[in-house]
Design a protein around this ligand. Structure first.
Ligand code: K7E
Ligand code: CUA
Length: 648
């Protein structure tokens, strides 16, 4: 892979470190040489090398982009690699004022409303797992999906303008965790429930847990043409009330199948205050939990057949008994309190880590298929789901260390697994089952991400460790510490820590890293009058020369344009009680010529990017004089880009 600077260049730099380090040390600090700076700043050779590997000079661009969950911020972070520079914060489940996301535009109101759950507005999300769209098992750079664990939802982000286009809810679930992940051609975006609850949303006592509580997995049909999830074509599968954890789709020979961890097969219901074992003990009693193996391709056929599904809360659900009788659902034991399940790039193996088991367990797809074909079961669970014989389907186990969680891949059989309890990343070979080395990280690593690490052809080169704790790494900023993303060089025979990148937004869970040249990002909208919600030119968009104010009964429609450095019109006079509808187009197509639009005391702020049109609708419920102005420093006369809303 291409690195910043050639090896010979680095050799020169290091030689300079050694040489100048000697020659300049007595003459005070020499800040004109690498060696002088290294000495003055007490940098080792390894530090200088790490700096040379990560520094991206002004005007140059990063080789990769990382799309990271923004954790509780309900947003998505876009970060360049290897520089670790933050390039964008995409508003997803949470209003974002700079982008005017959720601050007045009708288009965003609709989007936010589509994310309401049980009639309640929810303005945050616990974003967990971003998933890039795939074509033939490789990231295609078109779309990004992300789940909200707290309020089971999935959002669709179009990577042409990196804006959120759709939020869909999953009313069946009480929370989700196994998602978002996509099938190899993004036929479906999938999420699985975590904490079980009644699927119909009704009340049921915890005494009725086994009867009334359920898990589920939902397959949201993705319409790539429209760039939207199609709820009519989506369906769910009912699961036992275990707690599903992380999940993955098969690829290559295992394409058409998906794999879902589940823990709490004990079906513990907690209640420490009543003398019951607390959840942490209750859900960790069994030595084995179950990996669910589901034939999603066949499930889609079954879901399309009349009479094979039931409707719960308006959603199509394949009942558990049907899933079993149709041969869609199998379990296989997995050790102990499983967390990650990661299908190898070639799709032949499934790697599972148990939080409380020091091993990675590697399953063979060939053996799983044979066991299914030969009904090689060791029994069935309480709900009649057949359990494949553990010994018949595993390829092997490898002791990695304490608290293994998630595995990512690189070429040549290389696998990297995060070790939460050890605060380390283990590098191993999933073909030979050899542990190769470990790299310390600071501290409590959750997910890791390698370049193109979830595809059929991972790149290697870089690994980012998403650490939960950051004690002693940074200046204290209060008791809430930053999260620490650490960049690790995995291109050589030994891993090397390159860079600490504190993130003041928490708690990012997972990230995916895509080669930057796979993206086709617009730098302006394609046409003046573009509606990013429909991704088409809007009929109603005012263009230059169309500006006017039209009264329609008590509705006042204002057709406004924005260009450096004025809005047209600048005066809007209405009567108190009128409904004001502003249609505003930024009629510029120059890159970065974004105009904002804010109205005093109305909680309105738009970001009108070049070519973009937006609509704002509000009732002028207060008489008075309300300045409006452009909130982007767009030009020398930006302060003059203003006007008055006069409410009589
Ligand atoms: Cu391991 Cu919620 Cu993906 Cu976090 S999950 S670490
Ligand atoms: Cu337009 Cu400032």
């Amino acid at each position: 892979m291409k690195r910043i600077g050639s090896r010979s260049h680095l050799a020169l730099v290091l030689a300079a470190v050694a040489f100048v380090g000697l020659s300049a040390c007595r003459a005070g600090v020499d800040t004109t040489s690498v060696g002088g700076v290294a000495e003055a700043r007490e940098l080792s050779e390894a530090d200088v090398l790490a700096a040379a590997k990560t520094y991206v000079p002004t005007g140059r661009m990063d080789e990769y982009l990382m799309f990271s969950s923004g954790g509780h911020s309900g947003q998505v972070l876009v970060i360049g690699i290897p520089s670790m520079r933050l390039l964008k914060v995409i508003g997803v489940f949470t209003p974002e004022p700079w982008q005017g996301y959720g601050y007045g535009a009708e288009e965003h109101k609709e989007l936010m409303a589509s994310g309401e759950m049980s009639g309640h507005e929810i303005t945050w999300g616990d974003t967990h797992h971003p998933a890039l769209s795939e074509t033939d098992g490789d990231y295609d750079g078109q779309f990004l999906f992300i789940n909200d664990k707290a309020n089971p939802r999935i959002a669709v982000i179009d990577l042409r303008d990196m804006e959120t286009k759709q939020i869909v809810t999953d009313p069946l679930m009480g929370s989700n965790h196994g998602g978002a992940f996509v099938t190899p051609n993004t036929e479906y975006v999938i999420e699985a429930s975590q904490y079980a609850a009644p699927l119909d949303g009704s009340y049921a006592s915890l005494d009725e847990y086994k009867d009334k509580y359920r898990g589920a997995v939902t397959l949201f049909k993705f319409d790539r043409e429209r760039g939207r999830i199609d709820l009519d074509q989506s369906f769910s599968i009912e699961l036992p009330p275990y707690w599903q954890d992380l999940s993955d789709a098969g690829k290559g020979p295992s394409a058409g199948w998906m794999f879902l961890n589940s823990f709490n097969t004990e079906m513990a219901t907690g209640g420490i205050e009543s003398g019951n074992p607390p959840f942490e003990a209750g859900v960790s009693q069994n030595d084995m939990d179950y990996l669910a193996i589901i034939n999603w391709e066949q499930a889609a056929d079954v879901a399309a057949q009349p009479g094979k599904t039931v409707t719960i809360q308006g959603r199509r659900v394949i009942p558990m008994a049907t899933a079993v009788s149709e041969g869609l659902l199998y379990f296989v034991p997995e050790p102990k309190s499983p967390h990650g399940i990661d299908v190898t790039p070639d799709g032949t193996k499934m790697v599972v880590s148990g939080k409380l088991d020091p091993h990675a367990t590697v399953y063979s797809w060939e053996k799983i298929q044979a066991a299914i074909a030969n009904s090689q079961f060791s029994g069935e669970d309480e709900y009649g789901v057949p359990i494949l014989d553990f010994d018949a389907v595993i390829e092997g186990q490898l002791e990695l260390g304490l608290g293994p969680l998630h595995t990512q891949y690189a070429p040549d059989g290389m696998a990297f697994t995060s070790l939460f309890l050890e605060s380390a990343v283990a590098k191993w070979n999933y073909e030979t089952l050899e542990l190769l080395e470990k790299q310390e990280v600071h501290y409590n690593v959750g997910h890791i991400a390698t370049a193109e690490g979830d595809t059929k052809s991972p790149d290697g080169g870089y690994l980012v460790s998403l650490n939960k704790w950051a004690i002693d790494r940074f200046h204290p900023v209060g008791p809430l510490h930053p999260q620490n993303f650490q960049l690790v060089d995995i291109s050589g025979p030994e891993m090397a820590l390159l860079y600490d990148s504190p993130i003041g937004i928490g708690e990012p869970h997972y990230a995916q890293i895509i080669k930057a040249d796979k993206l086709n990002v617009w730098t302006t909208y394609p046409e003046v009058g573009w509606d990013p919600h429909t991704m088409a030119k809007a009929e109603s968009a005012p263009l230059a020369g169309d500006e006017r104010i039209e009264r329609r009964g008590n509705e006042v429609h204002v057709f406004m344009t924005a260009i450096r450095s004025h809005f047209t019109p600048e005066h809007i006079t209405v009567n108190r009680g009128d409904e004001v509808v502003l249609h505003i187009t930024n009629i510029e197509l120059a890159q970065d010529a974004t105009h904002g639009f804010a109205i005093d005391k109305h909680n309105v702020n738009l970001s009108l990017e070049p070519g973009e049109t937006q609509t704002v609708r509000f009732v002028a419920d207060r008489a008075g004089v309300f300045p409006f102005y452009c909130t982007e420093f767009c030009s020398a006369l930006h302060l003059e880009m203003a006007g008055y809303l006069l409410v009589k």
